[in-house]
Design a protein around this ligand. Structure first.
Ligand code: CIR
Length: 269
């Protein structure tokens, strides 16, 4: 438990030239600037390299504009990997490169979500004790059942109904053991209420005003937060004050336009 956030390996995948053609819930207010997106993604990679000993960068595949959102292609925990079957048909196939990379990392206990199951890694929040999995447009009950079966001897799986939002981790994320971040958005609050009911132990829920800021990435003693949301950043900094955890802010404006969050650009194990 004590080492939970101290990952030794990370997988990331380059941001492709075709990035602007990726899936979006809504057309962004201004067009995606791909070169800027690449810079932002490189800064993310640099951050990971500063806190994780072994970071492996997979090449982009131009046929998959969303391929940099590698989190959606596998769930890795307890030395095992569940390769996903992404909920968006356009993204099916991205997971093949992740499978090869995880085999190269020496992970031998692998399974794959089979049709009609679908599951995106962005819907899977691992707390070190259990999985919380969003039932979303991308992840269905069949996919969740397959995840549950694969990990049944290690971790329980709890399904969280999502009123709205792309992925569960766009509604809430983990700041520390038993400390979750949610936003003022009703869908995020609803997810937070369900998590409180599902987990039979006291948890702390921190609320921030900006929906995008509900997705933080905790690695070791660092917490990565979205730059550009000062009110949310202040709350997170105040929460962490005196904890020994260090906040790093990254500007990810171009990835946000493609519904990308901070957790979605890596698989950590
Ligand atoms: C998609 O719609 O699939 C991508 N444009 C964004 C995926 C973001 N993934 C994540 O937050 N886990």
């Amino acid at each position: 438990m004590i080492n939970f956030f101290h990952y030794t390996h990370a997988l990331i995948r380059k941001l492709p030239d075709s990035f602007a053609n990726g899936l979006k819930q809504e057309a962004p207010a201004s067009p995606i600037q791909v070169l800027k997106a690449k810079e932002q993604h490189r800064a993310y990679e640099q951050f990971l390299r500063s806190v994780i000993p072994a970071v492996f960068t997979l090449p982009a595949d131009e046929a998959f504009p969303d391929c940099c959102f590698i989190e959606d292609t596998a769930v890795v925990a307890g030395g095992r990997a569940m390769i996903t079957r992404p909920g968006a048909a356009e993204r099916r196939g991205e997971e093949k490169a992740t499978l090869t990379a995880l085999l190269d990392l020496g992970i031998r206990s692998l399974a794959q979500i089979e049709a009609p199951g679908t599951l995106d890694g962005g819907d899977v929040l691992f707390t070190a004790r259990e999985f919380l999995v969003g039932v979303s447009k991308r992840t269905n009950l069949e996919g969740i059942e397959q995840l549950r079966t694969f990990f049944q001897d290690l971790y329980p799986v709890f399904a969280v109904e999502m009123a709205r939002g792309l992925h569960l981790k766009s509604l809430l994320s983990l700041l520390d053991f038993d400390t979750f971040v949610i936003s003022d958005d009703p869908a995020s609050q609803n997810a937070g209420e369900q998590v409180k009911r599902l987990l039979n132990r006291p948890i702390r829920v921190i609320q921030v005003p900006d929906p995008v800021a509900a997705n933080v990435l905790r690695v070791g003693s660092s917490v990565l937060v979205q730059a550009g949301f000062p009110a949310s950043e202040k709350i997170i900094r105040e929460t962490l004050s005196g904890s020994g955890l260090e906040v790093t802010c990254l500007q990810m404006s171009e990835l946000i336009k493609a519904d990308g969050a901070l957790t979605c650009c890596s698989i950590l194990c």
